[in-house]
Write a protein that binds this ligand. Structure first.
Ligand SMILES: [Zn+2]
Length: 427
C-alpha cells in the first residue's frame, strides 16, 4: 500500500486564516528563502483542489474516531497526536484539566492556571493540546482541524514551521519536552507535580525527573537507564543514571538491507534484536576513549546499558534514518514486533525486584513512515481503541485489524505497561 502526503491546506477558513497565520509566522523568519518557494508551489497546487477531498469522512470513516486535517505536510504531527490520544492515562490527564476559561479565576474553588509566557504573547501548548485531545474521540464524523494547536507549535518550535516533511520522532520529543516544561509552571502557587500526586497517584514510585519536578510526561514516559562504563586497562567501573522518555534503537547492521518480510535470505529482524543491540555490551571505538579517573587518562572501555526503571509507557523509536556523507537515507527493513506481551524483564538491572506480570507491555500505537526519504514521504499511525485497531491517515480514519498492524514497518512504537493499564481504571 502506498501513501502520499497529498492533502494541502484544505481546511482553511474562507478568509484563509490558517494560511495567513503560517505566512505571518514564516515571514517573521527572514531566512524564508526555501520556504517561500515551497509555499508558492503549494499555493499553485492548492488552486486546483482535486476531488480527493470528497473521500474525507466518506464511508470509510470508522465509528467515533475523528481524523486530523493536514495543514500542508503536517502528517508527522497528526500521526503523533493520534498515537498520544490513544494512550489513555496520558490523554485522560489532559482531558480532565479545567478549560482555560475556568482557569481565569471566574469560578471560585477552581485552581487557576498560569502559563510560562502569559501576557500579550500568551500561548499555552497544554491548553491547545487539551482541546485537541478533547475533540478527538467525540464521535464527530468531520475531521478536526488542529490549526490553533499548530499555531502554538509553530510559535514555540520554529523549526517545525516550514512546509517540508519533518521527522515525527523529533516532533514528539519537542512536544513532550515543551508540555513537560509548561506543566512545571506554577498552578496557583501549588506545584503541578503535587496536583498530579493528589489526583492520580501517577507519581508514586516515580523517581524520574527530567529537568526538575515530575509531571504527567515524566510520570508516564519517564524511565531510567544505567549507563555502565568499564575501563579495559584497570577494570574500574563507573555508573551513571540517565533518565529517558523514549529509547532510540538501531536496526542491527546485518538486517539493514532486508526490505521485505519474506524470510528467504536469513532470519527476520525482530524488535528483540534491536533491544538486544541497544543493551549489549559494546566496546567503544578508539575515537570514543573514556577518561578513567583511576588511570587518570583516556582509555579504551566497554559500555553497557541496563534499564534501572521501566516507564509506564515504553516508547521505542527505531532509527530508520541515517546520515551517509551528505544524504540522510532510510533503512526500510521490516522489524517484527509483538502486539501483546513484550517482556522487558531481561533488560532490567534488578529483575528480581519486579513482580511476575510487571514487565509485560502491550502495543497501544505505532507510527509508520511511508516513502524513501526523511524530507519526503508520509506518516500515518495505527492505534488501538476499546479493543479495535484503527488506521489514522490525516483526515481519514479506517477500521483495521491486527494482521494489518503487524505488517507495518514501524517507526515509533508505544507500549503500555499491562499492570499500569489495569491500574488506570481506578483513576
Ligand atoms: Zn582505568
Amino acid at each position: 500500500q502506498d501513501y502520499r502526503c497529498d492533502d494541502f491546506v484544505v481546511n482553511d477558513t474562507k478568509l484563509g486564516l490558517v494560511q495567513k497565520v503560517r505566512e505571518h509566522l514564516q515571514n517573521l523568519e527572514n531566512s524564508a528563502f526555501t520556504a517561500d518557494r515551497h509555499r508558492k508551489r503549494k499555493l499553485l497546487e492548492n488552486s486546483s483542489l482535486n476531488s480527493k477531498l470528497l473521500k474525507i469522512n466518506g464511508s470509510t470513516a470508522a465509528l467515533c474516531a475523528t481524523g486530523l486535517r493536514n495543514l500542508g505536510n503536517t502528517c508527522f504531527m497528526n500521526a503523533i497526536l493520534q498515537s498520544l490520544s490513544n494512550i489513555q492515562q496520558f490523554c485522560c490527564y489532559f482531558k480532565e484539566l479545567p478549560a482555560v476559561e475556568l482557569r481565569n479565576g471566574k469560578t471560585a474553588g477552581r485552581r487557576t492556571y498560569h502559563t510560562r509566557s502569559q501576557g500579550d504573547n500568551s500561548v499555552s501548548l497544554v491548553e491547545e493540546f487539551r482541546k485537541t485531545l478533547c475533540a478527538l474521540w467525540q464521535g464527530s464524523q468531520t475531521a478536526f482541524s488542529p490549526e490553533s494547536l499548530f499555531y502554538v507549535v509553530w510559535k514555540i518550535m520554529p523549526n517545525f514551521r516550514g512546509y517540508q516533511q519533518q521527522d515525527a520522532h523529533e516532533f514528539m520529543r519537542y512536544l513532550l519536552d515543551h508540555l513537560h516544561l509548561e506543566l512545571q509552571g506554577d498552578f496557583n502557587g501549588v506545584s503541578r507535580s503535587v496536583i498530579l500526586q493528589e489526583n492520580s497517584g501517577l507519581s508514586t514510585g516515580s523517581r524520574c525527573c527530567i529537568n526538575g519536578a515530575s509531571t504527567v510526561v515524566t510520570a508516564i514516559f519517564g524511565g531510567i537507564l544505567q549507563n555502565e562504563v568499564n575501563c579495559l586497562i584497570c577494570g574500574t567501573e563507573s555508573r551513571k543514571f540517565d533518565p529517558f522518555l523514549d529509547l532510540s534503537l538501531d536496526i542491527p547492521s546485518q538486517f539493514r538491507n532486508k526490505r521485505s518480510k519474506n524470510q528467504e535470505n536469513g532470519p527476520m529482524c525482530t524488535l528483540r534484536d534491536c533491544l538486544r543491540s541497544f543493551t549489549d555490551l559494546e566496546e567503544l571505538d578508539e575515537t570514543e576513549l573514556y577518561m578513567c579517573h583511576k588511570c587518570k587518562k583516556k582509555q579504551k572501555s566497554t559500555k553497557k546499558f541496563w534499564i534501572q526503571k521501566l516507564p509506564k509507557v515504553l516508547c521505542l523509536h527505531l532509527k530508520r534514518f541515517h546520515w551517509t556523507a551528505f544524504l540522510r537515507h532510510k533503512v526500510d527493513t521490516y522489524v517484527e514486533f509483538p502486539l501483546r506481551g513484550l517482556d522487558m524483564k531481561c533488560y532490567l538491572l534488578e529483575p528480581e525486584n519486579s513482580g511476575p506480570e510487571s514487565c509485560l507491555y502491550d502495543l497501544a500505537a505505532v507510527v509508520v513512515h511511508h516513502g524513501s526519504g526523511v524530507g519526503s514521504g508520509h506518516y500515518t499511525a495505527y492505534a488501538t481503541h476499546e479493543g479495535r485497531w484503527f488506521h489514522f491517515n490525516d483526515s481519514t480514519v479506517t477500521l483495521t485489524d491486527e494482521e494489518t498492524v503487524v505488517k507495518a514497518k514501524a517507526y515509533i512504537l508505544f507500549y503500555v505497561d499491562r499492570q499500569a493499564k489495569s491500574g488506570s481504571d481506578k483513576l
